[in-house]
Design a protein around this ligand. Structure first.
Ligand code: GTP
Ligand code: MG
Ligand code: ZN
Length: 336
């Protein structure tokens, strides 16, 4: 079954070797010492587009990789035909250890838990100030996913020509997250790209957010003309985007170095996999205060030591409030 044509993991279950194959796998597995290094730019069903040196090579996963999904941003080892010529196919024989993982748990939209992007340094959480309306709970959930997965968050507020950013800035002020506000006019005069670019410097940044918030519009403003993708419209009646972008794609930033990864719009962001201690780790001012907490403290219960920690002046009340709000987003099932 290939729902939406992108669930390659299930295909792999079927292609596992049968019972007849009883030889130990380690003995038959070639070492692939001569494999080339590459990076996955996009995934379309079982076909993976990889950058190998300066060549774009189509590849598929070798059987020996089993169920493990290869995703955009993955560093991989390839063998086989790497000419990059039409109708050639290389094989991915190894997925290198990931430095970060942006993961979403199964939710109503998508029944599978999946890694969305690998090895991104930064998560640009894109929200429109209007059209569609900002949904702070989705922003919170993206923040938690970033903290959990080891990505640094960046808040990008688009469409400031339609509404001011004040309320959102107040809500996220205590978190001390870098942010950029952009408008239609600044998209046109290059100001938006300049300011976003300042936050990208040589790193790998994944752009996430609701459909129609302007992720692709912004990514297009950052990359060279021949790399641009199509953008959509926001439905005037429902206020929803049209899910114009259907696959994640990594694009190089030729001027400043690094990569931007455009992703399809999401309605929600499942967080059931998240470990609270990794979220607290993103709050070093509060983390040391948890030493006095009872075991397995939810940090939102009467015995939680963080209330005293704040009362004693070690950290700010607004920070504790923000941490508790983020931890609480894990429990909710709805996305926005
Ligand atoms: N007024 C205004 N419109 C904008 C701005 N940025 C983007 N848009 C418009 O918003 C619409 C949606 O933009 P996209 O870039 O396709 O949005 P997206 O987030 O990539 O959407 P999906 O691919 O569906 O997830 C387009 O009509 C853009 O022109 C802005 O700063 N101001
Ligand atoms: Mg898009
Ligand atoms: Zn606690």
């Amino acid at each position: 079954m290939r729902r939406y044509g992108k669930h390659t993991d299930e295909d792999d279950i079927r292609s596992r070797p049968g019972r007849r194959n009883t030889r130990p796998r380690t003995n038959i597995r070639p070492k692939h010492e001569d494999a080339a290094e590459g990076m996955i730019l996009t995934v379309d069903r079982g076909r993976l587009t990889c950058l190998v040196g300066d060549r774009v090579v189509m590849a598929m996963k070798a059987r020996e990789l089993g169920r493990k999904a290869a995703v955009v941003g993955d560093r991989v080892a390839l063998v086989g035909d790497m000419s990059g010529k039409k109708d050639t196919l290389a094989r991915i024989v190894r997925i290198e250890e990931r430095t970060s993982v942006l993961r979403r748990t199964a939710d109503d939209d998508d029944p599978f838990e999946r890694v969305v992007v690998a090895n991104a340094d930064q998560l640009a959480i894109v929200t429109a100030l209007a059209d569609p309306e900002p949904r702070p709970r989705l922003i919170d959930r993206c923040l938690v996913a970033a903290f959990d997965g080891g990505l640094e968050p960046l808040l990008v507020m688009t469409k400031s020509d339609l509404a001011p950013p004040d309320k959102l800035l107040e809500l996220y002020g205590a978190l001390d997250i870098p942010y950029v506000v952009t408008s239609r006019e600044e998209l046109e005069n290059g100001g938006a790209a300049d300011r976003v670019r300042e936050q990208l410097d040589g790193r790998v940044t994944a752009f996430v957010g609701h459909s129609g918030v302007g992720k692709t519009t912004l990514v297009n403003a950052l990359v060279s003309e021949e790399q641009r993708r199509s953008t959509g419209h926001v439905n005037a009646v429902t206020g929803r985007g049209r899910h114009t972008t259907t696959s994640a794609l990594a694009l190089p930033l030729t001027e400043v170095g690094g990569w931007v990864i455009d992703t399809p719009g999401v309605r929600s962001f499942g967080l059931a996999h998240v470990d609270p201690s990794r979220v607290i780790h993103a709050f070093p001012d509060l983390e040391s205060g948890t030493e006095g907490c009872p075991r397995a403290c939810s940090h939102d219960e009467p015995d939680c030591a963080l209330d005293d920690w704040v009362a004693e002046g070690h950290a700010d009340q607004a920070r504790l409030y923000s941490l508790r709000r983020l931890l609480a987003t894990r429990e909710r099932t709805e996305g926005d």
